[in-house]
Design a protein around this ligand. Structure first.
Ligand SMILES: Cc1ncc(COP(=O)(O)O)c(C=O)c1O
Length: 304
């Protein structure tokens, strides 16, 4: 990661290397925070942050779910992200907002701890590699189950909950896969370690429901909307491991992963072992939208 000049911290732009926190921050010990991941793309009208308001709304919803008393509004955070992006002179890249409890309490009860908010932005290429975007990645079903709705909030980007994703990612890489797919406790497909999953069989596109333990992905919503507008049938349903093996196409969606084809699952080729036509169409539609070339859904572009 290449450092940029500034990080927005509690309302001001501070130098990248000075954006530090105290070692007794509550969030550092107990994972009490929420974060976002957002991408900005170069368009012919300058940099546009993709679905910035939707991401900040999800951040604020997550903070509410965790009971974090955030004083910054969605509008404040949208403004701050744009100001930071411009100050760093970026044309495209990644934006990382984070809200967490700081110092003031070392017990589990965070009452009395400060609430800290930061936004960082930097240049970032393909999360699963350019080669992965072109030819597809390999995935393995993880031995780790996706966190359940009974224990945590899978539909919130809560920092502590990401230990689950980290374990699955490390296991997948150690086994020689590029990425993991996590099942939930019932054996239904939840998602990747940081991506939503889509499956194509006989021309129908399926994706697991939020109740299965996935994040309500903004890229997933984008891709579903675009595919439906393009005439595809997209259904939300519980999927099993067998469905993965029988699929004609599989792909991941996510802010970091964008639309990444999956060419192999548990060492079995997906379809013909190369990205299929629906995956390619989803990639094209997504990139055209995010870079302002589609001519529709300009409401999703927040120009810096
Ligand atoms: C666990 C998890 N699932 C799915 C996604 C994809 O969500 P989005 O498309 O909103 O980035 C992410 C990334 O934010 C994630 O961390």
């Amino acid at each position: 990661m290449e450092p940029t000049t500034y990080i927005w911290m509690n309302g001001r732009l501070v130098a990248w290397e000075e954006a530090t926190v105290h070692v007794l921050s509550h969030g550092l010990h107990y994972g009490t925070g929420v974060f976002e991941g957002i991408r900005a793309y170069e368009t012919d009208r300058g940099a546009a942050i993709f679905r910035l308001t939707d991401h900040m709304e999800r951040l604020v919803r997550g903070a509410k779910a965790l009971g974090i008393p955030l004083t910054w509004s969605v509008d404040d955070l949208v403004k701050a992200a744009k100001e930071l992006f411009a100050a760093n002179g970026l044309r495209s890249g990644y934006v990382r907002p984070l809200v967490f409890y700081g110092t003031g309490s070392m017990g589990l009860n965070p009452a009395g701890a400060s609430v800290e908010a930061i936004i960082a932005a930097w240049e970032w290429g393909a999360y699963l590699g350019e080669e992965g975007l072109r030819n597809g990645i390999t995935v393995g079903v993880s031995s780790w189950r996706r966190i359940s709705h009974e224990a945590l909030l899978p539909n919130a980007k809560a920092t502590g909950a990401y230990v689950n994703s980290v374990l699955a990612k490390q296991e997948a890489l150690a086994a020689g896969y590029d990425e993991a797919i996590l099942l939930n406790a019932e054996g239904h497909i939840a998602e990747g370690s940081g991506e939503n999953l889509f499956l194509v069989r006989d021309g129908v596109v399926s994706t697991p429901p939020v109740a299965a333990g996935c994040l309500e992905g903004i890229t997933a919503h984008t891709v579903r909307t675009l595919l439906v507008e393009d005439g595809y049938e997209v259904v939300e349903r519980n999927l099993t491991r067998t469905d993965l093996y029988y699929a004609d196409e599989l792909f991941f969606t996510g802010t970091a992963a964008e639309v990444t084809p999956i060419r192999e699952v548990d060492r079995r080729p997906v379809g013909l072992g190369e990205p299929g036509p629906v995956t390619r169409r989803a990639q094209e539609l997504f990139m055209a939208t995010a870079t302002g070339r589609l001519g529709r859904h300009e409401e999703w572009l927040d120009f810096v």
